[in-house]
Design a protein around this ligand. Structure first.
Ligand code: GCV
Length: 696
């Protein structure tokens, strides 16, 4: 009896059962403010819908979920549009974008209208978001259209259920149950994506098994495509370039071989017969051991164009990744993608997009932008961000990536004068690209809360919102996400938001201060291993990047060094080329800075590095303290989950700090500046920790 009373009391105080995170930002718990709730309830008392496709069904069902949850009412369905308080309508609007919508409200009626049913669905999610974030629904006059056409997740999921760099359980796709059984999680996945405007998903790893395009698997893919279609989501597949050999028994996969061309054409026909709105193929070629056209003496252009020709009759796309880097003993990995692709600008067929990672290396904690943004005038390039935290502490470190996305998108390429930001390059404004796209490497898995770390859901949310509008700020997005996810009081929301907004810089400080990069564990990419001097390839070591020696630290990419800086527009280059004026966060990306070099704040490089390592750790302690104030303010399950992960984060931040400082001190030979104390652990002890983490 006592237990039941306690349970009821806790339900009353939180307004619901403990939250396992499954409902993401679509929580829909009852709005506590009665005036607001009644006002919304009036506006959603009755609904009329003038279209009747599959999307209409899911749109109405979403309204039912939101109204019964948030407002405690059941809206009446009316056929008489004039009497309905909410009208959902497919009809012509001024903005011709098929996904655009308008929301207009007068005293007695709110109308959501779009050229397509999909646009109406997006409008409905916008209306729901407004209720979830306590905004007024009075006198609305909104027109919203996505600035980027393809807004996608790339899953690095394998057919055996594992996920490359996935830290939230196993793959969500139960291939063994498909096509017969559609897990309800697939539908919730599609809802969540539609709520933030994501309209495409690449189901499998770019290190692709050829199996995904066998008839057996295509049947399974079709089942998923059918399940996602009502939510406006198209399905794409990553392909293995050697498939004609692996599956077709051909002697070669040479893109210029007529039999190979024919094989791909028939494969494309087979795919589109089953899935007429299939999105296209994603290709990782001649990168990290994956097969590609260069295996046959051909180029990326030859490979991409051959596939583009095969898929063009079906209006399909080829998304060709620029993540390529052959080891060149005289070269700099930074420059590889630009060197490979810039020369073919204008020679790719029109249904090809070159997908570029945000930075030139590989999703490091902080990277300057890839020089390909702003360089490809005649070939559309798209943005690839990584949501799964491969280099950002996996699922134990709290890192809100919004500020990182924003930093990248706001960087000015200067390609067509001042203001040619990356956002404007990828949304097509700068070079008038006919196809535009932004993708996030997914951080979802089979964990009940989808992302392992409950706070990592925000990174998925941010990707969708920024792909819709790359000029949205990370702060605005954090604000929405916190309000929708926690539905807590405003002081608590502010605390959570503050931690989120500081989290990325904190992580950077205790792991990669001043732009030192690629110093993480080799292979598994977890924890510090700046001492890696040998690996299967020199550009997989840490030494290749940090270059610490008795003089200083960092990679000289100026004219005196590798000159990779020369790939940027002169106006962007000048931001980085002077060691005395460069923003300290990028210093070691471009300069081999003497340990004793004085930064603008008057401190030496060594002292500033150490300060950042130590202050980073202190900030994690602060995060813990701030989070502690959330006890009783949000549901206990999430509270305890995050509290525990912060303890691990603190322990690992100390590990990063001590290992890095002790290792680099071997070169700087300078003392740990006061007030900081040198670690009592030895470097050997800290190196030993790596084996413990290897088995995670
Ligand atoms: C899918 C990095 C990762 C690899 C990943 C690769 C890529 O190198 O460590 O796991 O492979 O990027 O983006 O293709």
């Amino acid at each position: 009896m006592r237990f039941i009373i306690l349970l009821l009391l806790s339900m009353i105080s939180y307004g619901s059962f403990a939250d396992d995170g499954y409902r993401l930002w679509l929580k829909y718990d009852r709005i506590q403010n009665e005036t607001l709730r009644k006002n919304y309830a009036q506006k959603l008392a009755s609904v009329s819908v003038n279209f009747s496709d599959e999307t209409a069904k899911v749109t109405v069902s979403e309204i039912e979920k939101a109204t019964s949850g948030l407002l405690g009412i059941k809206s009446k369905t009316l056929s008489n549009t004039a009497q309905a308080t909410l009208v959902l309508k497919v009809g012509k609007i001024e903005n011709e974008n098929p996904e655009a919508f308008e929301i207009k409200s007068s005293k007695n009626q709110t109308v959501i209208i779009s050229n397509t049913s999909k646009g109406v669905l997006y409008g409905v999610f916008e209306l729901i978001r407004r209720m979830q974030t306590s905004e007024s629904l009075e006198n609305l006059k909104i027109t919203s259209a996505p600035k980027i056409q393809l807004r996608m997740l790339n899953h690095w999921d394998n057919n055996n259920g594992t996920i490359e760099r996935g830290y939230a359980g196993m793959s969500m796709w139960k291939w063994y149950e498909l096509p017969e059984r559609i897990d309800s999680r697939y539908i919730d996945y599609a809802r969540a994506n539609a709520s933030i405007g994501i309209n495409g998903t690449v189901l499998n790893n770019v290190n692709a098994s050829a199996r995904f395009i066998t008839p057996e698997y295509l049947g399974k893919v079709k089942a998923l495509a059918d399940a996602f279609r009502p939510y406006g989501i198209k399905v794409f597949l990553s392909i293995n370039f050697a498939s004609p050999k692996i599956l077709g028994g051909l002697k070669t996969a040479d893109p210029l071989d007529p039999e190979v061309k024919h094989w791909w054409k028939s494969k494309a026909d087979e795919v589109y017969k089953l899935i007429p709105d299939f999105g296209g193929f994603v290709v990782k070629a001649n990168s990290e051991g994956e097969p590609g056209p260069m295996d046959f003496g051909r180029t990326h252009k030859d490979g991409a164009n051959m596939l583009a020709e095969a898929i063009a009759p079906h209006n399909g796309l080829i998304i060709w990744r620029a993540f390529v880097y052959n080891f060149d003993p005289k070269g700099d990995r930074f420059a590889a993608a630009y060197n490979e692709f810039k020369r073919f600008d204008g020679e790719f067929l029109p249904n090809i997009i070159i997908q570029v990672k945000n930075g030139p290396i590989d999703f490091q904690v902080r990277e300057p932008i890839s020089p390909l943004f702003g360089a490809m005038e005649k070939t559309p390039v798209s943005m690839e961000f990584q949501l799964t935290q491969e280099y950002l502490g996996w699922a134990t470190h709290w890192v809100y990536e919004g500020p990182m996305f924003e930093e990248v998108l706001k960087t000015d390429t200067h390609a067509k004068g001042k203001g040619s930001t990356v956002a404007k390059v990828i949304d097509g404004e700068v070079f008038k690209y006919p196809i535009t796209s932004m993708i996030g490497v997914a951080n979802t898995g089979s964990d009940r809360n989808w992302t392992g770390h409950p706070m990592a859901q925000a990174n998925w949310y941010a990707l969708g919102r920024m792909a819709w509008n790359p000029e949205l700020t990370s702060e605005k997005i954090a604000d929405e996400w916190v309000k929708m996810t926690f539905q807590s009081d405003s002081k608590s929301s502010e605390t959570i938001k503050k931690i989120m907004l500081e989290s990325r810089e904190i992580y950077t400080n205790y792991t990669n201060p001043l732009g030192v990069h690629h110093v993480m564990g080799e292979g598994h990419h977890f924890g510090p291993e700046p001492w890696v001097e040998k690996a299967p390839r020199p550009d997989w070591t840490a030494l290749y990047y940090h270059r610490a020696d008795s003089i200083g630290i960092g990679f000289d990419r100026t004219e005196k060094g590798s000159n990779s800086l020369g790939q940027y527009h002169p106006d962007l280059r000048s931001k980085y080329s002077d060691i005395n004026t460069i923003q300290p966060e990028f210093l070691l990306w471009f300069h081999h800075a003497p340990w004793t070099h004085k930064l603008q704040n008057g401190k030496t490089v060594w002292d500033e590095m150490v300060t950042r390592y130590y202050e980073g750790v202190k900030s994690v302690e602060k995060m813990q303290k701030e989070w502690a104030t959330m006890e009783g303010k949000i549901d206990s399950e999430t509270f305890e989950n995050v509290e525990a992960r912060l303890k691990t984060q603190y322990k690992e931040a100390l590990w990063w700090r001590d290992a890095s400082v002790l290792y680099f001190q071997k070169y700087s030979k300078m003392p740990v500046p006061s007030p900081y104390q040198k670690s009592t652990r030895t470097l050997e002890e800290l190196k030993g920790l790596v084996d413990v983490y290897h088995v995670r």
